[in-house]
Design a protein around this ligand. Structure first.
Ligand SMILES: Cc1cc2nc3c(=O)[nH]c(=O)nc-3n(C[C@H](O)[C@H](O)[C@H](O)COP(=O)(O)OP(=O)(O)OC[C@H]3O[C@@H](n4cnc5c(N)ncnc54)[C@H](O)[C@@H]3O)c2cc1C
Length: 442
């Protein structure tokens, strides 16, 4: 495999992040994150899956050692306000972190993104008390992880379908004296599992718990939705063993979570007024989650393109490097075109998030449509780049040693989670000419 990297100016932070959306300082930050990815993640990409033989000990120790370093670099707390000791940085930097880390490993970027996610939920609800409670752990420099639980056995995409008004949620919260009591069943959230499991490697400091989408009454639709925080050691909480999957094996240990009369203090209901829970779920959990996914898919696609560029510069076809043959050059150009357009688009949408007075809040149907356009387009680009890239590399692309097969396995779920590619398209239509309801809705 060619180790020496060529220098591609158009793929460097200085040339790929346009100044119209970001400051010089933010570009410098992207450079730092890129250096971290090059130095720390790239050499360990295979180890994050435990190598060819999927050695769990190797996977978890590599993951949490890298995670600890990223936490020390401040990557998890970029969107935590300065007042709480965080970076107080813009959503553009959150996107850059997602893109740059995903060049190395999209599962690793997702684990970092979980902390951005829970901070954004607390910020959306203006819960200064909770930010105060959690920030000492977040800024301690110690590695803590977190999980957001949405999907249920009756369907993930249904729950994420705003036109169904959240009436399909079956995780129920009831008031009981001074507390809330939760009963329900989530599937697929990650990383999840018994609290002690995450201490086994002796590297992680611990799990911060489960930020759970639930309802007071499914019949109340939007008015019933709530987000509750469930501590990792809450009584009544239990877990399945992790699912076996095509990728994301340890970066995201996905489990089923059972809530059996789980009691939490009232302060752990994140939203504070009727309707706010639905806005947070739509705008900040699903919407910004899809936007983060688009940045990650762009980073993954760029890494795949770089592999293809290196390979085709060395592989000779009838006496000439492959990439100098016009058919192959045009395919490489199409890969770059897709990646660059997907990046410009997600950055533009991220910039619009920073100007709600002009474009609407994250839960507005128009902004939501744009999050979906960004994610679905970036997902299609990742599919094209990994597939076409593999074809240009032939059997070498299919082999373990060249890493492309891993990127190909990983992009797929980022396109499918949080409602998936079809839900994205329907939500774009909803933003453009909705709201409309599906025939047969109750
Ligand atoms: C690696 C991994 C990580 C994950 N992480 C998390 C996590 O952290 N938290 C969490 O809660 N979940 C997580 N999930 C679950 C994931 O978000 C859901 O699986 C996904 O949203 C789709 O839900 P589903 O599998 O139930 O598919 P279904 O809802 O059964 O959908 C199947 C197909 O039908 C389509 N479809 C179904 N209903 C509709 C509808 N109403 N409108 C349009 N299309 C529809 C879908 O787009 C899809 O194509 C994860 C899954 C994986 C594999």
């Amino acid at each position: 495999m060619p180790e020496a990297k060529e220098y591609y100016k158009m793929l460097t932070p200085e040339f790929k992040y346009p100044r119209v959306f970001c400051s010089e300082e933010e570009i410098m930050m992207a450079k730092t994150i890129r250096e971290f990815t090059e130095k720390e993640i790239m050499p360990k990409r295979h180890d994050l899956e435990g190598g060819w033989h999927r050695n769990e000990e190797l996977a978890l120790s590599t993951l949490y050692e890298l995670y600890s370093k990223a936490v020390k670099l401040g990557l998890t707390t970029s969107n935590l306000p300065l007042d709480y000791g965080g970076g107080g940085l813009s959503p553009i930097v959150r996107s850059m972190i997602n893109e740059e880390l995903s060049r190395g490993d999209i599962g690793f970027a997702t684990l970092i993104g979980k902390i951005h996610w829970i901070v954004s939920i607390m910020l959306a609800a203006k819960r200064d008390d909770l930010l105060k409670e959690f920030s000492p752990k977040l800024v301690s420099g110690e590695p803590w992880i977190a999980c957001v639980a949405i999907t249920e056995p009756a369907g993930g995409a249904n729950l994420e379908d705003a036109s169904l008004g959240f009436k399909t949620i079956r995780t129920i919260v009831k008031e009981d004296g001074g507390d809330y009591v939760i009963n329900g069943h989530k599937i697929w959230p990650g990383p999840g599992g018994p609290a002690e499991h995450f201490l086994a490697t002796k590297i992680l400091k611990g799990h911060l718990g489960y930020w759970t989408v639930a309802t007071f009454d499914p019949n109340k639709g939007r008015e019933g939705v709530t987000v509750v925080y469930v501590p990792p050691d809450a009584k009544g909480l239990s877990f399945s063993t992790p699912y076996k999957k095509m990728g994301f094996s340890w970066t995201e240990e996905n489990v089923e979570i059972f809530y059996d009369n789980v009691r939490i203090p009232k302060k752990y209901r994140i939203d504070t007024k009727p309707g706010e829970g639905a806005d947070i779920v739509e705008g900040y959990i699903i919407g910004l989650g899809r936007l983060a996914g688009s940045a990650r898919l762009v980073g993954l696609s760029e890494a795949a393109l770089e592999i293809v560029l290196e390979f085709t510069s060395n592989r000779m076809i009838a006496g000439k490097p492959e990439r100098e043959r016009s058919l192959f050059a045009s395919l490489i150009a199409e890969m770059f075109r897709g990646i660059d357009i997907a990046r410009q688009y997600y950055l533009s949408v991220t910039w619009q998030v920073m100007h709600p007075e002009l474009y609407g809040a994250p839960h507005s149907k128009e902004m939501f449509a744009r999050f979906c356009a960004a994610r679905s387009f970036a997902g299609d680009v990742a599919q094209f780049v990994t597939n076409t890239g593999m074809e240009l590399m032939g059997s070498y692309g299919y082999s373990y040693d060249f890493h492309l097969e891993k990127y190909m396995r990983d992009y797929k779920i980022v396109k499918m989670w949080l409602g998936g590619a079809q839900r994205d398209r329907l939500d774009i239509a909803q933003g453009l000419y909705g709201p409309f309801k599906w025939a047969g809705d109750t």
